[in-house]
Design a protein around this ligand. Structure first.
Ligand SMILES: [Zn+2]
Length: 738
């Protein structure tokens, strides 16, 4: 008899013959029931356990009855004393893991291992904790568990699940089969098999039928499948399977919460709220549930701005300022990608912009390797507002081009695209739109190139999901992006679209590269690495020298030795010209030029900074001021327009200066946009801003709007003479200016 069947028989015994069952009840069996979703049937059994004279058994009983606090207290009691079995700590750790306390759970697993280093289940626990945080050690722990106990079913099931997350389908299938060979009713292994079928667009029904035959109430199987679909960007399918999980086991609160969160990702609100609240009210209060409910509550501070093809969801405090920038940009992006990818989107795109980074982080919780700045769920994009970040940290324009590429590619492939490719293409598109937004080799990337840490293309996904070292996610974005740059350069942009179409037909990366580029992935890797070496090899090999010399340059600047900065700067710059982050040579030299009064040289170095993608708003605004002072208003305008993509918020000075320059250049539409942004920035001189806008409307021939603005100026400052004069002019029917 299998474990689950034996336990099931035991429960029936329990229900019929209480006293005998109380003697026979084995906590491990009850736990097996618990794990296999027999909670309702086994309630009597757990009830009996809570009355045991053994604290550990009472803990299992309360756990089975979902009385978490009591279970925790009994575990604490059971774990006391020098004779307590280390396994008690493992089970206690599992309870804490289930109840969202991974730090303490990990502590208990380690304590258990100190007492008994051969405890395979403690490694399973550590693996579960690692998988939750995507810290890269989950597979190692699971492998350790298997090495200690090759017959540990749950270790094989976990290894299969981790492999599937990494799209390693062969290992996933093999490990699931091992689990089933050890235990014919290994339900999670069957669920992995079902997920593999779904991911390959085949019917999973035979596996669900098997699961159903063992335990019709095992909702976890559907939830496991749903979670895998979610990790493969298939949110609508994930919703379908979370619904099935709840149908099988209406008390599966984790599935209620996950369903709510996926509905929220796709822009649904009322059912989201119901599901999350249900989970919350039943004690399922993990960070994702709690924070998502809080986020839903904050939606009252947002407003929706719609047109035919776009929906902007913006915080009311900044929607007037941001929507005039975001909406036209979104239209340009949609037109560009529709042409490039030869497709139209099925409906409007919703873009949500969060001024509070924590709110945005809630939208992306539990999503590995995603969510640094923006994230895409089907036709919904969520991103940080520029106001959520430090000025210069973030370019909302580049982020929007990036995320919108995902929207198109996920739609084009019906969400069947590997992570590396959709990320790579999105990064490539940023650079294709503007050379200044191009994928830059950051110090982490140069070190990875130098240390030969780039991954083979068919293994690139794992760099995003289970990074081996902290910077690997960033390095993987670079590698994926530069891989697409390389393909576009060597084979042409069209090949990238061919690969999109191959993925839509479920090709693997191996097949797509072979079919569309006509070479084996190993040969592709060789050519790619040679190309990388030509582009970055010198910089990578000089990296340490650069770092030492940059430090010397910073020291020279600190002791105000500006001549030395200017003398040595160019050589340091030449070692690594792409570096524009903290303490970059461009800004150090510009500072030296400024102090020494050489504005011509300062403009040159700052323009260099701008053209490699430097994004400090202060440095760029200084450049614009110098360009303007040097009589080059056109350059000043384009510099300030770059700042608008970086930090258009909390900066009335930016909008005033750009408005004046655009007005002088007779670009009235641009000036109107900027003066409106100035007013939305709550300027100190509000009447002056309204008057400037009125003058611009007047110059543009929009008399009605000019009148509205001049009246607004006079309402703010009734005695404002230039405004009174303009109002008189406007009331003169034949008035003409300019
Ligand atoms: Zn992305």
């Amino acid at each position: 008899m299998s474990r689950a069947a034996a336990a099931f028989a035991l429960v029936l015994g329990c229900a019929v013959q209480f006293c005998a069952a109380a003697q026979a009840a084995n906590p491990a069996d009850c736990w097996a029931l618990h794990k296999h979703g027999h909670v309702a049937q086994s309630e009597a059994c757990f009830e009996l356990l809570t009355r045991s004279s053994n604290a550990y058994e009472r803990a299992e009983g309360f756990w089975g009855l979902e009385e978490w606090e009591q279970a925790n207290a009994q575990f604490r009691l059971a774990a006391q004393g020098p004779d307590a079995k280390p396994m008690v700590k493992v089970r206690w750790g599992m309870l804490l893991h289930e109840r969202f306390n991974d730090p303490d759970a990990a502590g208990l697993f380690h304590e258990a291992l100190e007492k008994d280093p051969s405890l395979a289940k403690a490694y399973v626990g550590l693996s579960l904790v690692s998988a939750e945080s995507f810290d890269g050690r989950a597979e190692e722990y699971a492998a350790h568990a298997i090495a200690l106990d090759p017959k540990l079913v749950e270790a094989h099931e976990l290894t299969a699940e981790l492999a599937l997350t990494n799209d390693d389908h062969m290992v996933a299938a093999a490990e699931a089969d091992k689990a089933m060979a050890l235990e014919s009713d290994a339900l999670d292994a069957m669920a992995i098999r079902a997920a593999l079928k779904l991911i390959a667009d085949q019917s999973p029904e035979e596996w669900f039928a098997k699961i159903h035959a063992v335990n019709p109430g095992y909702g976890e199987a559907y939830a496991l499948v749903a979670h895998q679909l979610e990790l493969h960007y298939r949110y609508e399918d994930a919703i379908t399977y979370y619904r099935k999980a709840i149908e099988a086991d209406p008390r599966l609160w984790a599935a209620h919460s996950a369903l709510g969160i996926d509905l929220m990702r796709l822009g649904e609100q009322s059912e989201t709220y119901q599901e999350l609240e249900l989970a919350y009210n039943n004690g399922y209060r993990d960070a994702e549930t709690v924070n998502s409910l809080r986020l839903l509550d904050s939606y009252k501070n947002f407003e929706m701005i719609r047109d035919d093809s776009t929906v902007l969801k913006l915080n009311k405090s900044e929607s007037a300022l941001l929507s005039p920038y975001l909406q036209p940009e979104l239209h340009t992006i949609i037109a560009t990608y529709s042409r490039k990818y030869q497709m139209t989107l099925p409906g409007p795109v919703q873009v949500e912009v969060y001024p509070n980074h924590e709110d945005f982080a809630v939208r992306t919780m539990g999503m590995p390797g995603l969510g640094a700045l923006g994230v895409t769920f089907g036709e919904v994009v969520a991103m940080d507002s520029p106001s959520a970040r430090k000025p210069g940290d973030f370019n909302w324009g580049a982020t929007l081009w990036h995320e919108m590429s995902h929207v198109f590619i996920l739609t084009a492939t019906n969400h069947r695209v590997p992570r590396w490719f959709t990320e790579g293409l999105a990064v490539h598109e940023e650079g294709a739109h503007s050379a200044e937004w191009k994928n830059r080799a950051t110090p982490d990337v140069l070190v990875a190139i130098r240390d030969k840490k780039l991954l083979p293309v068919i293994k690139l996904d794992r760099g995003f999901v289970y990074p081996d070292y902290p910077a690997q996610v960033i390095v993987s974005y670079f590698q994926a992006g530069s891989t697409c740059d390389f393909i576009a350069e060597k084979w042409g942009e069209g090949k990238l679209l061919d690969m999109v179409h191959s993925y839509a037909k479920l090709a693997t990366t191996q097949q797509a590269i072979q079919h569309d580029l006509g070479l084996a992935p190993e040969e592709f890797d060789k050519q790619y690495l040679a190309w990388i070496d030509r582009q970055y090899g010198a910089e990578a090999s000089h990296f340490d020298e650069w770092r030492v010399k940059l430090r010397e340059l910073v020291a020279a600047e600190e002791r105000k030795d500006y001549r030395s900065v200017l003398q040595n700067g160019p050589a340091v710059l030449a070692l690594y010209p792409q570096y524009v982050d903290d303490a970059n040579v461009y800004e150090l030299m510009a500072e030296a030029d400024r102090v020494l009064g050489d504005s011509k040289s300062e403009v040159t170095i700052l323009a260099g900074y701008e053209h490699v993608g430097g994004q400090s708003p202060d440095a760029l605004k200084r450049l614009a001021a110098l360009e303007s002072a040097g009589g080059n208003d056109a350059e000043a305008i384009s510099t300030l327009e770059r700042v608008n993509y970086i930090y258009p918020v909390k900066d009335e000075d930016l909008h005033r200066r750009l408005g004046e320059l655009l007005y002088a250049a007779k670009n009235y539409n641009g000036a109107i946009r900027e003066y409106n942004a100035l007013i939305a920035s709550n300027p100190v001189d509000r009447a002056g801003a309204e008057f400037a806008l009125a003058e611009t409307y007047f110059a543009a021939g929009q008399r009605d709007k000019a009148q509205d603005s001049v009246l607004a100026a006079l309402e703010t400052a009734p005695g404002y003479q230039p405004a009174q004069k303009l109002l008189l002019e406007l009331e003169e029917p034949s008035a003409k200016r300019n």
